[in-house]
Design a protein around this ligand. Sequence first.
Ligand code: PRP
Ligand code: URA
Length: 208
Amino acid sequence: MVKVVDHPLIQVKLNIMRDERTKSKEFRENLDEIASLMCFEVFRDLKVHEEKETITTPTGAVLPKLKLDYKIILAPILRAGIGMVDGVRNMIPTARIGHIGMYRDEETMIPHEYYFKLPVVDNPLVVICDPMLATGGSACAAISAVKQRGYKNIRLMCLVGVQEGIDAVTKAHPDVDIYIAAVDEKLNEKCYILPGLGDAGDRIFGTK
Ligand code: PRP
Ligand code: URA
């Protein structure tokens, strides 16, 4: 399943991020907010259960305490995925965080894994996040790496992608649902997304 989460609030914030004049601080703030807003769709089908413990409202009503049924692991693909972590964690404070170190070779576009650490949790939902889905190579490799370690319930959360990247992921991993805020036109000769927003990692961390 591919879900394009293009709520008007997200579109306007993404438009600010696309603007080359937007500085790193504002870029990060908007990414943060979009990640929070996307949670509405990414976690729409989560179940809650009633605990034995109760809560009492100011009007004296007694209600069961509610808790999310799922244990959630958020797994950003380094570096740019880090920019989505706080936004999701603000919505789901109990989410545990893993890290997948992956960079794509600038010549071959082949992704290389350089770090992998995910929390050990019984039967979690793993949400891999990365703002950019270009060729799809990094996302496919990250999903494979997560599966190799025995995790089964996996979702992919991205900001901007192209159809080529979506197709690559759905072909290699048809069991993984993709949530994305915008599907752009195409890739350029350097496999950057057009119109896109440039190099997400550099804009988040101010490295250029
Ligand atoms: C970027 C981006 C994705 C990847 C997307 O990371 O954050 O991980 O490229 O491209 P793909 O779909 O063609 O694989 P990059 O490799 O530039 O690393 P960085 O985040 O450390 O800059
Ligand atoms: N990675 C980025 O940061 N931007 C792109 O457009 C493609 C890959």
